[in-house]
Design a protein around this ligand. Sequence first.
Ligand SMILES: Cc1cc2nc3c(=O)[nH]c(=O)nc-3n(C[C@H](O)[C@H](O)[C@H](O)COP(=O)(O)O)c2cc1C
Length: 218
Amino acid sequence: MTAKIAVIYYSATGAVHKLAQAVAEGAASTGAEVRLLRVPELAPDSAIDENPLWRQHADATASIAQAAVEDLAWADAFAFGTPTRFGTPAAQLKQFIDQTGGLWREGELAGKPVTAFTSAYNRHGGSEATILSLGNVFYHWGALIVPPGYTDPAVYAAGGNPYGTSLVAGPTGDDQDTATLAAARHQGQRLAQITIRLLAGGRTDAGEPVAATASQGV
Ligand SMILES: Cc1cc2nc3c(=O)[nH]c(=O)nc-3n(C[C@H](O)[C@H](O)[C@H](O)COP(=O)(O)O)c2cc1C
């Protein structure tokens, strides 16, 4: 039994991209089939050009496939990554999420395991708020939130965030980076392992349409 995992992220300057790669590696280590996908950019070139790091990262990752809502139908489980933007997810990821109404109505998102990760400049700059904010979406989908919790020493070594791996992008040393990427690998591995177990037991609510009354307003 294997699983199909979609790691879907937005990254302007590369921090979340590093995490996404690590989450994908962790998931793939279980034998899962993994798609690493970036959501489309929304900012105009003029804004990107003002920040050399943003421009450099955009050019360097242009060959990574862009996420489409069909990837959510394909996947058995999802991992979402976003920078922290004023304590919330980036608009680019939210724009992608806001295109999932149809899949939600068809019940394609219900019962699928999901996890989230982020990066913020400051250690207390809102990482947890960002991940919890994504959690609101997952509740609406009826998805099964798979947080890292404190399920591995790697979580503690990375600063002990049980909600989701968070990379502090401010002035930290390489050790911190290495520990955080290890926690991200654990998060991806755990998501895949739980998904494989769930699939072996047989999901029951995938593809069940959302109750008719609930489809109003989307
Ligand atoms: C508009 C904007 C808002 C941000 N808000 C926060 C914030 O609330 N807290 C924080 O610590 N960092 C904040 N940052 C910094 C980013 O979260 C941080 O640099 C992150 O590592 C970027 O990830 P990326 O390299 O994947 O784009 C903000 C950056 C921008 C551009």
